[in-house]
Design a protein around this ligand. Structure first.
Ligand SMILES: NC(=O)c1ccc[n+]([C@@H]2O[C@H](COP(=O)([O-])OP(=O)(O)OC[C@H]3O[C@@H](n4cnc5c(N)ncnc54)[C@H](O)[C@@H]3O)[C@@H](O)[C@H]2O)c1
Length: 321
């Protein structure tokens, strides 16, 4: 049975989904008023203000952590050491060394350690992965993410941590490689020490490259991932309602009869139908599947870890400049 810790903005969505799946057994929040609200909403669920107490509740074998980011590592470590499976909101830790420690703790005890990278359960992102893995795009050359808007201006967390974690998780999922080069440039125009605009460059051992434009100082509202293959190109646009994914039959090719000069080809443009399933529900179901012993626990933990390691390296690069 599942316990959810942290009932601020995001935790209630997790609690609702696990309740609908019939496995919610306990809740935890350090704030009295929040606890009062949730005790009324879930009268048959145990509720506590102490994470230690939550771990000791009978029947709790998995814990979902939706507390503020700086608390993730310590709470996830405590839960794993108490023998609980863990779903921890993104990012699951702030440093590469911390996430490596959590992965080792989960591996030693054969426990699930899953990061709450919501976009990986978006049917549109799943479609991109399916197209890439089926070889539809030909060799993938580069991927880039745009996550821009005017606002919400954050003053504690920079654009890399606030926005970049989403696109980074998708890029690493699509390419299924750990980057060997991570470079970030950015500027803190509005709040000293908090970068509002960040440009990131990643290069992978296969030679593929990726880029992320992250900003809350922009005239465009964009949530887009573009994948460029040798034969086709595909765009996932989360701002679109009906054309979340567009596949372009566009590519360069070399003419054999004209001294090998490059020509371009523009063929059909296809819009595959994307299911409207709630990504969070799919994420919660995937966690339940892993807890039940299905799927590859070690790969899931490692996939979450490489996002933190890349974030850590991008942060170091950002700080150097
Ligand atoms: N996947 C997504 O799309 C998505 C969206 C929003 C937020 N998030 C993530 O969810 C997490 C929470 O974000 P939020 O916006 O809900 O934050 P929030 O500050 O609104 O809520 C955090 C809650 O945790 C409680 N809390 C703090 N320390 C605690 C502890 N030690 N034990 C028990 N309760 C504790 C606080 O009282 C508060 O109610 C963050 O990691 C954030 O990155 C994910």
């Amino acid at each position: 049975m599942i316990a959810v810790a942290g009932l601020g903005h995001w935790g209630p969505n997790l609690a609702r989904n696990f309740s609908e799946l019939g496995v919610l057994t306990a809740l935890c929040d350090s704030d009295d008023e929040t606890r009062g609200k949730f005790a009324a909403r879930y009268p048959s669920v145990a509720i506590t203000g102490s994470f230690d107490e939550l771990l000791a509740i009978d029947g709790v074998d998995a814990v979902v952590i939706a507390t503020p980011v700086p608390t993730h590592y310590a709470l996830a470590k405590q839960a794993l050491e108490a023998g609980k499976h863990v779903l921890v909101e993104k990012p699951p830790a702030m440093r590469g060394a911390e996430i490596d420690e959590l992965v080792a703790a989960a591996f030693e005890r054969d426990l699930v350690l899953m990061a709450g990278h919501l976009l990986l359960y978006h049917p549109g992102v799943r479609k991109l992965k399916e197209l890439i893995d089926a070889g539809e795009l030909g060799e993938v050359l580069c991927v880039y993410g745009n996550r821009q808007n005017l606002g919400i201006v954050r003053t504690h967390e920079n654009a890399l941590w606030s926005l970049g974690v989403h696109d980074l998780s998708v890029i690493l999922y699509l390419l299924d490689e750990e980057p060997d080069e991570c470079v970030a440039h950015g500027r803190d125009f509005l709040t000293k020490g908090v970068e509002d605009v960040v440009f990131c460059y990643l290069r992978f051992p296969s030679g593929k490259i990726a880029h992320m434009h992250l900003s809350w100082l922009d005239p465009h509202k964009m949530r887009k991932i573009t994948v460029v293959g040798r034969e086709k190109m595909v765009v996932f646009d989360d701002m679109e309602l009906e054309r979340k994914v567009t596949v372009y039959e566009k590519s360069p090719w070399k003419r054999t009869d004209s001294y090998g000069e490059w020509q371009t080809r523009s063929g059909d443009i296809a819009i595959p139908k994307i299911p409207t399933d709630e990504p969070l529900k799919l994420e919660c179901q995937e966690f339940m599947r892993l807890v039940a012993g299905e799927g590859d626990r070690a790969k899931v933990a490692e996939d979450g870890a490489r996002v933190v390691r890349a974030l850590d390296r991008l942060t170091e690069s950002l700080c150097e400049r």
